[in-house]
Every structure is written in structure tokens, then in C-alpha cells.
Design a protein around this ligand. Structure first.
Ligand code: AMP
Length: 636
């Protein structure tokens, strides 16, 4: 096995040689002129001149190589009480038909198609059909509300929406079609067509002239072949919205060629996969992990991907282990939250299942605390790999590489830079901080293939959000938004977000987003939302509300605010704490002292008051705490 140091060094010192060789492993209709064009930094382009297609590489390539009869999708749905296996050839057939359906509805190269589907094989069909014909998919997690969906329809300018009649959560139907109808009515842009997958979950009636039934449309096109369109490496493959520091979610744009190569490379070098493996990412196709490791990574690599519709504890808390044994899963990718949840149940739910196929358990999305790490590795008796990345990066930035000689594990650290990523920890002015000290986690350009290209329709915001922060000190870095420490051995330790973004069960939420919704309530004068510790979810939302004069703090009011959030963002944004306060603790310059709010919620002492980041004086903090009835600050 090659060593990490050897391969990593090559990847960052000779990126063109390294990524050129990696790209050779995939199919290109036309070879690239150059591996890397960084002349318009930070708008880095990989493989300019090259023409390829993600769908061709994920399906056609395997079918043509005689691997068509191997399973591609292993669908398990404890929710629907069903399971299904599709081979690469069968998925190829479905995708070709759906490509024809899309084309028949006038979808052309560059058009955006919004996908609002639960965890069903058709979600993969829809996504792959889009990239096959050069359409740009915008998958929205089918748990987002009407308003979130409407915003994404508008921002992406999607004229076609693909949805199902309904989803299922713990047996409860979710009216997805109803949400789509209302979002379309609310959006300022026009949706011309809606393709509805009828699962028989929720009764619905088609809107004449607009709605198309999935099964009818597929039957009508019959057995067709739609050639995969040769696309420029830089052509966008998808938009994926994520929360940022401002209220409006950001539409992360991914390219075609760079993303394809990065994911393919990560499958063997990071995840240590071999062609006989079975891959299971327990995420949802609505998140970046789902895009990269439910859909593209495993299929590009030619191995089956397990698509799971359900929760870890339903119908019983042994269901995941049962599923692993049933499908002989070799690599599991999940989130610390899921492990914390499963840890609550007796180990007898795990024992008795044959987990001999399972080689590695990867976790990401939020910090992996040491007790959870220890529990998972001791109970499963498998290497547990914490790795760090973001919607923007598209694939891991910090990891232990299971396809290279593994480095010793330090529980609590996701280890070292992933191949291709040149990271650093710097201070306010962009100067590297000494090892062992906290600073901002940044990446040196050019970012490797797979990383975001821009924000949809907003190059300026892309520069502003990720590249401006240190530019004022003459430094060119991508800013991750996270605090980190790099230790003596070059290991990274993540310390949470440096911005106003929080992480609830591995899902990113902007506190500003939550605040904007709550301040829309007619009784609310002012609001501040923060992230607080949560035993299972890692973090949860706490909202502090100041009411308008003559508005009273009643259970009904709390109910209204919670409903507003659930309707505007989705149930995942429901606050754990909602507290009405007489005023928000603020510094003289008017900044909310979030640390004071956090201390109150977590009933923690404040520690050294002089290090308050928002610049409040010790007296101000004390006064605010007294007024709001918080815990007495420790220290000075
Ligand atoms: P998202 O874009 O929703 O995937 O969220 C990315 C953010 O999740 C990062 O910026 C980190 O704050 C956090 N994150 C992801 N993976 C890890 C990890 N392994 N350890 C600590 N934080 C993580």
C-alpha cells in the first residue's frame, strides 16, 4: 500500500500530473487541453477543453464493459415495506427513458430541473437523466417546506419539477405533491411541468396541462436510447442549496469533469473501495453526502449503492445492522448523530447480525465526540473514520485514507488533509498560527477538482462569501467558515463554525435564516437564534424572542412561532428552546452577545469573560446575565 505522505505530496506539488492521471481512469469524449486553468482565480477550471458526461461514466461505461448485470441500486424501504434491486443495465434503461421524457417536455442542455423526491430509486433515475442530457439538477431535501422550495424554484429558475405524491416518515405520509403545488403558486417564476411519481401514498389530482404522471410518461416513450451528451468539463452538473451566514440559502454550483474525477478518486483512495464492494451512505439525496456518495461516487466506481428509505430505529433499532448483513455492505457512511441515537439502545440489537462484510465505518457532517467514537469502534469492532467536509467541497477535505496506508487515529480529529487539499489554520490577518493554537481553517487555491465553482447566478457572492475575508490582508484563501487547530503531527481538530451557522444533526442551518422567519411573526419585536449543545443532535436551535408591546407570552404564541418555522424552513429547524426575554443582551455597539444566550441555555458558566468575541465588556455581560436570570459567570 502506498503511503499517505507520498501520494498527498504528489497531489499538491504536482496537481496537474496527479489529477491528469486520475482523469485517465474515466471516459472522455474529448480529451482535455489542459488539466488546470487557474487564470481566472478563484474561478478555477479543471480539464478545460475536455468533454465528458457523468451519466455515461456512471452507467454506460459499466454496461459497455460487460458489467451491466451487476446490481447498481439496492433499495430498502422499511417505510414502504419494500425492497428492489436494479442492475446497471436496468438503471441504464430507466435513465434513458426518463431522459426521453425530459426531452419530450422541452428540457434542454443548461435548463434546471428541480427534484423533490423521497429516497426511492426514481430519485437516482431523475438525477442521472438530467446530467445525461446536460440539464442541471437542483435536488431539494423532501423535508423542506413550501417556502424553502419556492425560493429554490425561483433562484434556480427551474421550469420542470419532479416529485412524488408523498413521502413516508415513521409510517406517516407527507404530502409532497401538495407542498410542490403551494410552492409553485408562491414562486415568482413559472414552473411549466411537474412530473409526479405516484406511489399511492397520498391522494392527488393532476393539474391539467401541467402535471405529468411518471409511469404514463415512461410507458409512452418506451424502450429508447438517448445518447449521453458530451459536455464541457466546466458545464454545471447541479445546484445544491446550503445555509450561509445571511438569510438566503446559497446555491452551490458543481462542474461536470472535476467533480467526476474527484469522486471517482475518493472511492478508492479515501474510502478504500474495491470493485466488489457494496456502499451504503445513510444520508439523503437532498444533502451533499447523498449527491456524492449515494448517487455519483459508487456508480462512477461501478459498485452497488444502497438506497434506504427510513430512520435508524424503525421498525426496530436493529434495522441498520440487519440491512448491512442482508446486503453484505462493505463501507458504511453515516453521521455521528445516528451513532449517538443507536447508542441509546442495548448492544443486543447489534449482536447476532453478521457484520463480517463491513470493513469501514465513515462518519461526517458534524464533530465526532470521543465517547461516540469509542462506542462505535468498540461495539462494531470496525475502524471508524471521522472525516470532515462541506457542501462546498463536494468530497472530503480532512480524512484518514483507507486506500493508502492508514495513519494512527487520534479520536476527536478527522486526521489530515485529504489528497489535493492544501489547508492551513490562520489568524484574523491570514497569518498561520503556531501549531496547537486555534485559528480559521482555510484552503490554499487552487481548490482541487470537485469543489464548488461558484454560487448560482451570483459570482460576486461566491467571492464575497469564501474569498473576501482574508483578501483585505492580501491573502488568497478559501475560507471554510470553521475554527480549527492543527497539532504538532499535522492533525486537524475542528472547533465549530466561526460564523453564524450551526449544525443540527449534521444539517447546516443559518441562525439568520431562523431569525428572519421568527421576526416575520406579528408579535415579535426582536429575535436572536443560537446553537446550543444537544446530547443526540450535537447542536440544536435556541431562539430568544422580545415581544412587541402589549403582546403576551402565551403557549399559543409559542405554538404559532414554532409552526411558522416548520412551515417556512421545515421540521429540522424547530427550536429546542424558545424563550421570551425582556431584551436581548447587547454590547454597546449593538451586537447581540450570543455567548451570554448560550450560557443561559446550557446553564454553563461563562468562563473567562474577557475573551468574549463580540467585544462586550465584563460588566455588560454580568448585567445581561442578571437581567435574564442566567448562571453566575465563573472566572473573573
Ligand atoms: P454541510 O455543508 O451541511 O455538510 O456542513 C458542513 C459543516 O459541517 C462544516 O463546515 C463543519 O462545520 C461541519 N462538519 C462536517 N464534518 C465535520 C467533522 N467531521 N467534524 C467536525 N465538523 C464537521
Amino acid at each position: 500500500m502506498r503511503t499517505y505522505d507520498e501520494v498527498y505530496r504528489k497531489s499538491v506539488e504536482e496537481p496537474e500530473a496527479f489529477w491528469g492521471a486520475e482523469a485517465e481512469r474515466l471516459h472522455w469524449f474529448k480529451r482535455w487541453d489542459r488539466v488546470l486553468d487557474d487564470s481566472k482565480a478563484p474561478f478555477t477550471r479543471w480539464y478545460p477543453g475536455g468533454k465528458t458526461n457523468l451519466c455515461y461514466n456512471a452507467l454506460d461505461r459499466h454496461v459497455l464493459a460487460g458489467r451491466g448485470d451487476r446490481p447498481a441500486v439496492l433499495w430498502e424501504s422499511p417505510e414502504a415495506g419494500g425492497s428492489r434491486i436494479l442492475t446497471f443495465r436496468e438503471l441504464y434503461g430507466e435513465v434513458n427513458r426518463f431522459s426521453a421524457v425530459l426531452q419530450g417536455l422541452g428540457v434542454n442542455k443548461g435548463d434546471r430541473v428541480l427534484v423533490y423526491l423521497p429516497m426511492v430509486p426514481e430519485a437516482l433515475t431523475a438525477v442521472l437523466a438530467c446530467v445525461r442530457i446536460g440539464a442541471v439538477h437542483s435536488v431539494v431535501f423532501a423535508g423542506f417546506s413550501v417556502e424553502s422550495l419556492a425560493h429554490r424554484i425561483e433562484d434556480s429558475g427551474s421550469r420542470v419539477v419532479v416529485c412524488a405524491d408523498g413521502g413516508l416518515r415513521k409510517g406517516k405520509p407527507i404530502d409532497l405533491k401538495g407542498i410542490v403545488d403551494r410552492a409553485i403558486a408562491q414562486a415568482q417564476t413559472r414552473v411549466e411541468r411537474v412530473i409526479v411519481l405516484d406511489r399511492g401514498v397520498v391522494p392527488w389530482a393532476p393539474v391539467p396541462g401541467r402535471d405529468v404522471r411518471w409511469d404514463e410518461a415512461m410507458a409512452k416513450v418506451g424502450d429508447v436510447e438517448v445518447p449521453a451528451l458530451p459536455l464541457d468539463a466546466a458545464d454545471p452538473s447541479y445546484i445544491l442549496y446550503t445555509s450561509g451566514t445571511t438569510g438566503k440559502p446559497k446555491g452551490v454550483v458543481r462542474d461536470t469533469g472535476g467533480y467526476m474525477v474527484a469522486l471517482h478518486t475518493s472511492m478508492d483512495l479515501v474510502y478504500g473501495c474495491t470493485p466488489d464492494d457494496v456502499y451504503w451512505s445513510t444520508s439523503d439525496i437532498g444533502w451533499v453526502v447523498g449527491h456524492s456518495y449515494i448517487i455519483y461516487g459508487p456508480l462512477l466506481y461501478g459498485i452497488p449503492t444502497l438506497v434506504y428509505e427510513g430512520t435508524p430505529d424503525s421498525p426496530h433499532p436493529g434495522i441498520w445492522w440487519e440491512t448491512i448483513a442482508k446486503h453484505r455492505v462493505s463501507v458504511l457512511f453515516s453521521a455521528p448523530t445516528a451513532m449517538r441515537m443507536l447508542r441509546k439502545f442495548p448492544a443486543s440489537w447489534i449482536e447476532g447480525h453478521d457484520l463480517s462484510s463491513l470493513r469501514h465505518v465513515f462518519l461526517a457532517g458534524e464533530p465526532l465526540d470521543e465517547p461516540t467514537y469509542t462506542w462505535a469502534s468498540e461495539t462494531l469492532k470496525k475502524p471508524v473514520i471521522d472525516h470532515y467536509w462541506q457542501t462546498e467541497s463536494g468530497w472530503p477535505m480532512i480524512t484518514n485514507h483507507m486506500g493508502l496506508r492508514p495513519l494512527p487515529v487520534k479520536p476527536g480529529s478527522p486526521t489530515r488533509e485529504a489528497i489535493g487539499w492544501k489547508l492551513d489554520v490562520v489568524d484574523e490577518r491570514g497569518e498561520p498560527v503556531p501549531r496547537g493554537q486555534r485559528g480559521y481553517l482555510v484552503a490554499h487555491p487552487p481548490l482541487p477538482p470537485g469543489a464548488l465553482q461558484t454560487l448560482w447566478g451570483d459570482d460576486e457572492r461566491f467571492v464575497e462569501s469564501y474569498w473576501k475575508y482574508f483578501a483585505r490582508h492580501g491573502k488568497r484563501f478559501y475560507f471554510s467558515g470553521d475554527y480549527a487547530i492543527k497539532d504538532e503531527d499535522g492533525y486537524y481538530w475542528l472547533l465549530g463554525r466561526a460564523d453564524e451557522v450551526i449544525n443540527v444533526a449534521g444539517h447546516r442551518m443559518g441562525t439568520r435564516e431562523v431569525e428572519e422567519v421568527i421576526s416575520g411573526h406579528p408579535g415579535v419585536a426582536e429575535v436572536s437564534a443560537i446553537g446550543v449543545d444537544d446530547e443526540i443532535k450535537g447542536q440544536a436551535i435556541a431562539a430568544f424572542v422580545v415581544l412587541k408591546k402589549d403582546v403576551h407570552d402565551t403557549p399559543e404564541l409559542h405554538g404559532e412561532i414554532v409552526r411558522l418555522i416548520r412551515d417556512s424552513i421545515g421540521p429540522i429547524a424547530t427550536p429546542k428552546v424558545l424563550r421570551v426575554v425582556p431584551r436581548l443582551p447587547k454590547t454597546r455597539s449593538g451586537k447581540v452577545m450570543r455567548r451570554v444566550l448560550r450560557a443561559i441555555c446550557e446553564e454553563k458558566a461563562l468562563g473567562d469573560l474577557s475573551t468574549i468575541e463580540d467585544g462586550a465588556s465584563v460588566d455588560e455581560v454580568r448585567r445581561a446575565l442578571d437581567e435574564l436570570g442566567g448562571s453566575a459567570p465563573a472566572g473573573r
